[in-house]
Design a protein around this ligand. Structure first.
Ligand code: SAM
Length: 251
């Protein structure tokens, strides 16, 4: 059962998944594919591909090496808070919660049908403490309940980096990390990243390119976690009103 995931987690994180974690990943696979028949959550449904391109890809955020944490000063995710913007079918948040059951996870999506499914899946997995929010990142970023509250903020396949940065950095507390998992050529996307990070109170880190265990070794499959550390509070004007970050991305 889930051999690719087991082997990949060993290789990627040096971690041996226990039976409870494996049972939860198996159930997640079954729930995801069953819900996907009724509402479009993912184009990837094949057993092997889900293990690599959803589960392992999500778990890569747990690697302190891939996050570029300074040696000996790894920023522990196991007991931290993490907000996942545009979670869709739950990626990357839910696999990280399966890995770290004490993670304080908030899943956000602007589509109510998707957050409804995320509530159901979280419940099936036995997670009564996952917070699921139906809303837009731009609104959460300006609400006192969520702004500057999280150790980690992330979003996968939601928007180009400057847009995602405006969604996520206001949600990070000072000292926290905004992690954008990306793949392929990022030259254009990251053109103004240093300046945009600075504008939002963050500083980019150097992080390595990597390939997922078991993934096809095409150059387009080279991945990187684009990691920004929050070094000071985000100016109150960010995030701008709904729709503006994607219409007129910061540069
Ligand atoms: N993160 C998931 C994954 O990697 O499989 C889903 C990616 S899906 C392509 C993008 C999701 O982001 C959609 O479910 C969409 O509703 C949500 N989304 C886009 N913009 C958003 C925003 N500003 N606030 C909240 N959710 C947003």
């Amino acid at each position: 059962m889930l051999e690719i995931l087991q082997e990949g987690t060993r290789e990627l994180l040096g971690i041996e998944l226990d039976q409870e974690q494996l049972d939860r990943f198996q159930l997640y696979y079954e729930e995801l594919t069953a819900w996907n028949e009724r509402i479009n959550l993912t184009a990837i449904t094949e057993y092997e591909a889900v293990q690599t391109r959803h589960f392992l890809d999500s778990l890569s955020l747990a690697s302190s090496d891939l996050r570029g944490d300074p040696p000996g000063r790894s920023f522990e995710m196991a007991n931290a808070s993490l907000i996942d913007i545009g979670a869709g079918g739950g990626f990357p948040g839910l696999p990280l919660k399966i890995l770290y059951p004490n993670l304080q996870l908030t899943l956000v999506d602007s589509v109510g049908k998707k957050t409804g499914v995320l509530e159901q899946i979280s419940k099936s997995l036995g997670f009564s403490d996952v917070q699921v929010v139906n809303g837009r990142a731009e609104e959460l970023g300006q609400s006192s309940e969520h702004r500057e509250k999280y150790h980690f903020a992330t979003g996968r396949a939601v928007a180009a980096w400057p847009v995602l940065a405006e969604y996520c950095l206001p949600l990070c507390r000072t000292g926290g990390l905004f992690i954008a998992p990306k793949k392929g050529d990022l030259t254009v996307e990251l053109k103004s990243s240093e300046a945009v990070a600075r504008l939002l109170g963050g500083k980019l880190r150097e992080t390595p390119g990597f390939q997922l265990p078991g993934d096809d070794p095409a150059p387009d499959n080279i991945r990187r976690l684009i990691v920004t550390q929050k070094i000071k509070r985000t100016p109150g004007i960010y995030p701008r009103r709904t729709g503006l970050p994607s219409k007129e991305p910061l540069e």
